[in-house]
Design a protein around this ligand. Structure first.
Ligand code: FES
Ligand SMILES: [Fe+2]
Length: 382
């Protein structure tokens, strides 16, 4: 990393009285993306969305994110597993899409793997030649396995053999989110798309209140009161709660048909939204009636891949009018995105200016963004 970028990243660290936003280079330079993949995406715990991506034993989904191709599956014992989507024979891709399997068979030469990743069979590999033993041992050729954890109904993965301590990443998370039944929520909608902005910018805009009156004046701004100060966290996430008028999960002019409040929610939590960013790439809003979630992954410096997921309590989904009412919730998500995306594209254009500079944060309205910048600078400077 060049000296100039290093000194700019140091301005994002907490030691500074007024930490600055991340250096514009980190949003526009493809070399930085390579470094992010090496330092962050291949080393840290990464959020992969909701655990109900693979509900039952044998369910699998192939995920291709940040240059990494994985198979996420649930094995026979109900454990979630993550494997490199690459055969141990000569590397062929093993699976595509999503579905149910009882094992994995490579389409090239039919090596067969169990759901646990062990190699179960490899045609003719134990044959001898010229009376020499083959030396082939199936137990040497299990799939490349990654660390994977479920927490609060979310899935996390780490590609590094020496994964950082997951408990430290998630330290304090449960206390902040205890009022919401997040673990038992079901995903009802999952959508993937690309956006012409840096992956960090996509998650940043989701986490800050500052832009609401200017980017969302007629859609959602009226719902959000000034938030509480950002929470002091010990784990690798930022979180901020704010009260709302009505539900933050519906447009301001469509508040009349809300879905029920989540079971068990009470007090201030039953009249507000908690925005949490689990570093680096997953963020969600826990509202009174719904939880909506985004993952963002780098493609290039100025382009990212985004996954949107909407979740509701099973009790809500079981209501006879759920399908009818949920449409307005999806409409609110899409309407806010339709306003955020042009703002993000415009920000990306500005950040591409060689004379773009780092700037100060508004402390009450952008603390999650400031906390991430600090975390990111710390990881990139290591
Ligand atoms: S590459 Fe998979 S069996 Fe040959
Ligand atoms: Fe927004």
């Amino acid at each position: 990393m060049d000296v100039d970028l290093k000194s700019k990243l140091e301005h994002c660290l907490g030691e500074h009285a007024a930490p600055l936003s991340l250096p514009p280079q980190t949003y526009r330079d493809d070399q930085v993306v390579e470094e992010e993949i090496a330092q962050i995406f291949r080393r840290q715990w990464i959020g992969l969305g909701r655990a109900d991506l693979v509900k039952n034993p044998g369910d699998y989904i192939c995920l291709d994110h940040a240059g990494q191709s994985i198979i996420l599956l649930r094995d026979k014992s109900g454990q979630i597993q993550a494997f490199a989507n690459s055969c141990r024979h000569r590397g062929a891709r093993l699976l595509d899409g999503a579905g149910q399997v009882s094992g994995i068979v490579c389409p090239f030469h039919s090596w067969a793997y169990k759901l646990s990743g062990e190699l179960a069979g490899a045609p003719r590999m134990d044959e001898r030649q010229d009376d020499l033993p083959s030396g082939f041992c199936k137990s040497d050729y299990g799939l490349v396995r990654y660390h994977v954890r479920e927490h609060g109904g979310f899935v996390f993965i780490c590609f590094d053999d020496n994964a950082p301590d997951f408990d430290a990443v998630i330290d304090g998370f449960d206390a902040f989110h205890a009022p919401w039944p997040i673990e038992t929520l079901h995903s009802t909608r999952r959508r993937e798309f690309d956006v012409a902005c840096n992956w960090k910018a996509f998650i940043e805009v989701f986490n800050e209140y500052y832009h609401l009156p200017f980017v969302h004046p007629d859609s959602i701004d009226d719902l959000y009161l000034d938030p509480d100060p950002g929470d002091a966290t010990t784990g690798q996430f930022a979180s901020q709660f704010g009260s709302t008028e009505g539900t933050g999960a519906l447009l301001q002019d469509q508040q009349e048909k809300p879905l029920p409040i989540m079971p068990g929610l009470e007090g201030r939590a039953a009249a507000g939204v908690r925005y949490t960013w689990i570093f680096p790439n997953m963020t969600f809003a826990a509202g009174v009636d719904a939880l909506w979630l985004y993952e963002a992954y780098p493609i290039t410096a100025d382009r990212c891949h985004v996954v949107q997921t909407a979740c509701f309590p099973p009790e809500t989904i079981a209501q006879p009018d759920f399908e009818e009412k949920v449409a307005a919730y999806y409409e609110r998500l899409d309407a806010a995105l339709d306003e955020d995306i042009p703002a993000l594209i415009n920000q990306q254009r500005g950040l591409s200016n060689p004379d773009a500079r780092q700037g100060p944060f508004q402390p009450l309205l952008e603390p999650n963004v400031a906390n991430f910048a600090q975390w990111y600078a710390g990881k990139m400077l290591k």
